[in-house]
Design a protein around this ligand. Structure first.
Ligand code: HPA
Length: 279
């Protein structure tokens, strides 16, 4: 029999805490495909390879490094995950959400999620950073199914999954750092195949502006634990049928690579504003 899920979270959290040397990260950041370079902006970094965290799988997808990095951005203590686990890899919803639950167990109350996404809205361009206003869960999976985890709600409210105040701060940080941005609704799908043009037309009618294969499970867990959530998608390609190009993960990574600098400025500015508001 496998350990009770709460014990799995506690033992992973204990392994991370043992390496933090007194740091108390209040902000967790999940870095999407190819966006892991943000960890270079973290001062006094403590690196924790996923192999040292019990229960953490090792990411197998190019663009996902497989390490947690704790440290400081300005005054704020943060824990960033460079490398996430996706349902399409065959990971259970609980495994996908484990990093967020561990961050919460360590005392994080705020979560920034990021991802690479295909642009559905016709005005979006490759390299745009999209502030996520809401999402559609089209993965047909939910990490909250099963026993209620310690500190989580059975029926979490999802009327405001992405925190209004954090979104306002993201806009302010983008303006201050001269980072152009767009806003929209993220559709989370299972993958791993990219969508057909017909599926993209369907998603467009559903109200989606961008589509990707991640993020939703982590946000569901964070909201169940009453963490405040903000999200940013890097638009890496025109979604299937919108442009003529064939979709390829290598192109996705090239696009996030080009957007990394703007993404970093946005996130660093946002963390600093958040911290200034807290103190
Ligand atoms: N579809 C799904 N996931 C993605 C895409 C896409 O077009 N681009 C990057 N991640």
């Amino acid at each position: 029999m496998t350990a009770h899920p709460d014990r799995a979270i506690a033992s992973a959290a204990a392994a991370v805490r043992a390496r933090l040397g007194g740091l108390q990260p209040r902000i967790a950041i999940v870095l999407g495909s190819g966006l892991g370079g943000l960890v270079r902006r973290i001062a006094d970094p403590v690196e924790i390879p996923y192999a040292a965290i019990p229960g953490f799988p090792i990411p197998a997808i190019p663009g996902h490094a497989g390490r947690a990095v704790a440290g400081r951005i300005g005054e704020a203590q943060v824990l960033a995950y460079a490398g996430r686990f996706h349902p399409y890899e065959g990971h259970s919803p609980a495994d996908v959400a484990l990093p967020v639950r561990v961050a919460h167990a360590l005392g994080a109350h705020t979560l920034l999620v990021s991802n690479a996404a295909g642009g559905i809205r016709h005005t979006f361009r490759t390299g745009d950073l999209m502030l996520i206003r809401d999402h559609l869960n089209l993965m047909w999976r939910n990490p909250l199914v099963g026993p209620v985890h310690h500190g989580e709600l059975r029926f979490p409210d999802m009327s405001s999954p992405y925190d209004d105040e954090l979104l306002t701060l993201l806009r302010a940080a983008a303006h201050a750092a001269a980072v152009p941005f767009v806003e929209g609704i993220y559709a989370g799908v299972l993958g791993p195949s990219y969508e057909t043009p017909a599926e993209i037309r369907m998603l467009e009618r559903f109200g989606a502006d961008a589509v990707g294969m991640s993020t939703v499970p982590e946000v569901l867990c964070a909201r169940a634990a009453d963490m405040r959530v903000a999200g940013v998608s890097c638009i890496t390609n025109a979604a299937s049928g919108i442009g003529d190009a064939r979709l390829d993960h290598a192109d996705v990574l090239r696009a996030t690579g080009r957007a990394q600098e703007a993404f970093d400025r946005l996130v660093v500015g946002w963390v600093r504003q958040l911290c200034a508001g807290d103190s």
